[in-house]
Design a binder for this molecule. Structure first.
Ligand code: MSP
Length: 639
């Protein structure tokens, strides 16, 4: 069996459901997994739930449920939320599963036999919120160092001989620069170990919840000791082909659970078992609200799916694209070394400036122009190598950052690909080439379509639905591996593109503020209008939208009338217009027009006209159609 690229997230406590802070770890791991699959690696992505904690039993009691009922429900809720966020894991482990429990017992037996676990008395303080034990000297004003309440513990139990592993751990960290990232956190780990590692107390009194100590039913195994083992129990250690998975390539977590757990106890347990250590532990920063960590206990939670629903309501992009926008924001602003504060303004701002203006509009311009200038078909041109090499430079940066787990920076390179595309369009001006019947138009058009394929590729790990829509617009299979961009990526002459459909539409200030702007306009009494003036409220009653002509045909028996089929955002409209003397169907198909979208429908010559398109009256009364100065997403409102 070939080596897998094995990725893990922490397994989540089931006392509450994810917020954007907890979801960040899983989204990052999912991006990691999707990216590596596109590098052609065989990926195994594991997540799951940590169900044996004391606080889980307490949360169940508070909810009036048995712990079993409670963990079953919440772990399902986690799966539902991950599905909603388009997380594609390969396995979901629950620590109450038999396959996990039997491995925990085996680990216990082996470590006990090797003398790494020994019985002893414990006296100290227990923080139930984080399931962490502290000695008297570690408490700050009678609370845990994080400020959580603690309770006193004094009991017999078992210890793990962590102290014995300090030297080998330091040596391993020294020799493997990629073992702990980012660098600042590695330094924290090193100084924590150098302060001296104490043996860890790894059992609790058995109160009916948790994994009992093999051979001593009066105790259960400390939840952290049990939970860390999930990373090997899920791959079937010590049986089967676990060696094709372990050691993991990337273990993701927030910084709060790196130093004390994943970078000390966990590798020490592995060393005690004679197992290799994971290649990389990534301890990212926190998502903050203001200057505080987002956390359920602080009551400042933003939930990712709710954020997506809100965006869908205001931008009308549909739930799946809204989820992609949330994923985009989480990755783009991902705290790595430092923490980052979540802000709604930044979320909406990036949506407009990156997803709409650069990526979505760039793609839309290409697809529309292919329809307007080349009947929707990729012409028989040559790919412009100079332009391609610019994109390939950005791709090289993208890959370097992705491999270094700096997904936030990799997305800079993704935006750069969009910028290169827009810059190319502006520089080459395909509309002029077409007017001048310049044969270079074919090269430019094919190159632009290739660039859309590159945009699809770089976005795919973070915004998979957007990427699928782009592939569908190109009428190509979703791009499975980056290596296809070494060639023409399927953008061959004759490829017929689908009809242009904008992905994301700009959030106007009006939508953002839910009509606040409209309400702030002066009222009639303040503006004292003359007879033929209207107020802004009057004007805003007219809903003007950008529409694209999908089809046009003369109306039989009417010299002046043309029947147009328009696309307005997601909607189709039929409109009759008196423009036949000036425009032929060929002039019209593919171009953008301005539509009065809320005009009452009217029957004309047996057809219903569902709106009116705007035209200026020429000197001889002829129609001169209005058109936006440059391509605007279909459906955009006009004021
Ligand atoms: N059950 C343990 C992990 C055991 S792994 C063997 C646990 N669970 S947790 O549900 O409390 O936290 C899971 C992850 O969410 C951690 O990586 C933690 O750092 C992360 N985060 C929780 N709040 C966060 C933010 N506000 N910001 C970023 N990450 C945050 O710990």
């Amino acid at each position: 069996m070939s080596r897998r690229y094995y990725i893990t997230t922490p397994i989540y406590y089931v006392n509450s459901v994810p917020h954007i802070g907890t979801a960040l770890t899983t989204v990052a791991a999912d991006v990691n997994a999707r990216y590596q699959r596109m590098r052609g690696r065989e990926v195994f992505f594991l997540t799951g739930t940590d169900e044996n904690a004391t606080k889980v039993a307490e949360a169940a009691e508070a909810a009036g449920k048995t712990p079993k009922e409670f963990v079953d429900e919440i772990s399902e809720e986690f799966k539902r939320i991950w599905a909603g966020l388009n997380i594609r894991y390969d396995d979901f482990i629950r620590t109450t599963e038999e396959r996990h429990i039997k491995v925990v017992e085996e680990v216990w037996r082996r470590l006990l036999e090797a003398g790494h676990i020994y019985p002893g008395e414990y006296k100290g303080w227990y923080d139930v919120t984080t399931e962490t034990l502290y000695s008297e000297s570690e408490l700050v004003d009678g609370k845990s160092p994080d400020g959580n309440p603690v309770r006193e513990v004094s009991e017999p139990g078992y210890y793990f001989r962590l102290s014995a592993f300090a030297e080998p751990l330091l040596e391993h960290i020294e020799k493997n620069p990629r073992f702990i990232i980012p660098e600042t956190r590695k330094n924290e780990v090193v100084s924590f170990i150098k302060q001296g590692l104490r043996d860890v107390y790894i059992t609790r009194e058995n109160k009916g919840w948790g994994i009992p100590v093999p051979g001593d039913e009066s105790r259960v195994i400390y939840v952290w000791f049990d939970a860390l083992i999930n990373y090997i129990s899920a791959v079937g250690w010590p049986d089967g082909d676990w060696e094709s998975y372990w050691p993991a390539a990337a273990q993701w977590m927030g910084k709060d659970i790196l130093v004390r757990f994943h970078a000390t106890i966990w590798p020490a347990m592995l060393m005690g078992l004679g197992l290799p250590l994971p290649e990389t532990l990534i301890g990212h920063g926190w998502v903050l609200m203001g200057d505080k960590k987002i956390s359920k206990s602080l009551g400042n939670v933003v939930r990712p799916l709710e954020l997506a629903e809100e965006l869908d309501r205001s931008a009308g992009c549909g739930p799946e694209l809204a989820v992609d926008a949330v994923r985009w924001h989480m990755v783009r602003t991902m705290p790595f070394e430092n923490d980052t504060a979540f802000s709604m303004e930044e979320f909406q701002g990036r949506y407009n400036s990156e997803l709409v203006n650069i990526l979505s509009n760039g793609v839309h311009r290409v697809v529309s122009m292919t329809h307007n200038f080349c009947s929707g078909t990729v012409p028989d041109g040559a790919l412009d190598e100079a332009a391609l090499s610019q994109v390939r430079d950005a791709l090289a940066r993208y890959h370097a950052e992705m491999e270094a787990f700096r997904f936030d920076r990799a997305m800079d390179a993704a935006v750069e690909v969009g910028r290169i595309l827009n810059g190319y369009i502006d520089e080459k001006k395909p509309w002029d080439l077409r007017k001048q019947d310049d044969s270079r138009l074919s090269d430019v058009m094919r190159t632009m379509v290739w660039m859309v394929r590159a945009v699809e590729a770089v976005l795919r790990p973070v915004t998979p639905t957007v990427a699928d829509r782009l592939a569908a617009l190109l009428n190509l299979e979703p791009l499975a591996e980056f290596s296809v961009l070494d060639g023409d990526a399927g953008v061959t002459p004759g490829l017929k593109l689908a009809q242009p459909q904008p992905l994301y539409v700009r959030l106007s200030a009006q939508k953002k503020e839910e009509g606040k702007e409209v309400r702030e306009q002066p009222t009639q009494s303040q503006s004292s209008p003359a007879d033929d003036t209207i107020t802004i409220e009057d004007f805003l009653k007219v809903k003007l939208r950008i529409a694209r002509v999908l089809d046009a045909a003369p109306v039989e028996g009417a010299d002046k009338l043309m029947r147009l089929e328009l696309i307005v955002g997601d909607e189709r409209r039929q409109v009759l217009a008196g423009i036949r003397p000036q425009y032929s169907p060929e002039d019209l198909i593919g171009r953008q027009v301005v539509l009065v979208a809320n005009l009452a429908p009217r029957k004309m010559r047996g057809y219903e006209s569902q709106g009116m398109i705007l035209a200026a009256d020429g000197p001889n009364g002829e129609a001169i159609l209005l058109q936006p100065d440059k391509e605007a997403p279909d459906g955009t409102s006009v004021h």
